[in-house]
Ligand binder design. Structure first.
Ligand code: GLV
Ligand code: GLV
Length: 330
């Protein structure tokens, strides 16, 4: 194998670019590729590895024609890749787990606090010139301490969110792998470094004051939070999503927020980024971030290093350090 040829669909931080250039040849398109251009590039035989972004979709049709050895996703999530199809065509897929756990948990906590304490409404009022000064009942929010935080999913980011929430005096309940649930053993729950109670998905939905989503997007979690779930939640509850937009039926969420079925929402992710469901941006009881979960300088540098290390390993015929489908490698 000659030196690997990398297609980098959007430039990643320089640490990663430098590592890729040192290991092989790097092509960065002048403009972001359209889906058709990406598909053409993947079957062109010009590239061994694509360094990809969440917005790049690798579906079964693209993968069937692709002449790649690997896709190195600049993200921990990989729902933009049809992994079964990639495996069938022996294309290895890499991701960047671990390094963004704390940063993403920080954003979950930020959204919990910002929605509960109406931080964005307050910011708008302060800037507007309409603020008349301290008032006994100005912009009253809700206490976070004493409130119940329900975690849907219980992976690294959920656990890091739990540790933060406990420090803020919240009671933590969780359901691993909703909706079916894949319970942790009593010993595993007892060994957690923070107090948390394991409940069913139904109980989580019924009892949470804040329901925070930490599941990957997959067939079983698409629209996990639909109109029925939103109806079952407390009308005073707040939904927080730092996972994937399509875990929530965003149109149903807008309806629920509008008619008072649900008190508020803090969102970092959307079903059709960067588009928002009609009406979402008009609501005052939402805090909307533009997918910033991992957006710190240090985390993005570390993601770039991991993503480059994955790409370089793939391009040299080695199993990448973080591979989501090792069965594809041989
Ligand atoms: C971001 O959403 C990621 O999956 O890294
Ligand atoms: C993602 O990295 C998770 O485990 O939550």
């Amino acid at each position: 194998m000659g030196s690997p040829r990398f297609l980098v669909t959007l430039p990643i931080p320089e640490k990663g670019m430098a590592a890729l250039r040192a290991a092989g040849t790097v092509h960065v398109p002048a403009d972001p590729l359209t889906p058709a251009q990406l598909r053409a590039a993947c079957r062109s035989r010009d590239y061994d590895v694509v360094v990809a972004q969440l917005g790049d979709r690798f579906d079964a049709a693209l993968l069937a024609e692709a002449t790649l050895v690997g896709i190195s996703n600049y993200a921990v999530g990989f729902d933009n890749v049809d992994v079964d199809a990639a495996t069938a065509h022996r294309i290895v897929v890499g991701n960047t787990p671990g390094v963004l756990t704390d940063a993403t948990a920080d954003v979950a906590m930020l959204l919990i606090l910002a929605t509960a304490r109406r931080a964005v409404e307050g910011d708008r009022l302060t800037r507007s010139g309409q603020w008349v000064g301290w008032r006994p009942e100005l912009l009253l929010g809700h206490d976070v301490s004493g409130a119940t935080l329900g975690l849907a999913g219980f992976g690294r980011i959920a656990r890091a969110t739990a540790a933060r929430a406990v420090a803020f005096g919240m009671d933590v309940v969780f359901c691993s792998h909703p909706p079916a649930g894949r319970p942790l053993s009593d010993d595993d729950v007892a060994a957690l470094p923070f107090p948390a109670r394991q409940v069913s998905w139904a109980e989580l939905v019924d009892t949470s004051d804040f329901l925070s989503l930490h599941v990957p997007l997959a067939d079983g979690t698409h629209h996990l939070v639909d109109a029925a779930v939103l109806n079952a939640m407390k009308s005073t509850a707040i939904l927080v999503n730092t996972a994937r937009g399509s875990v929530v039926d965003e149109d149903a969420l807008v309806a629920a927020l509008r008619d008072g079925t649900l008190a508020g929402a803090g969102l970092d992710v959307y079903e059709h980024e960067p588009r928002l469901a009609p009406g979402l941006a008009d609501l005052t009881n939402v805090v909307l971030l533009p997918h910033l979960g991992s957006a710190t300088v240090r985390v993005r540098d570390r993601m770039a290093e991991l993503c480059a290390a994955n790409a370089i390993a793939m391009g040299s015929g080695q199993l990448p350090p973080h591979c989501v489908n090792p069965q594809a490698w041989q």
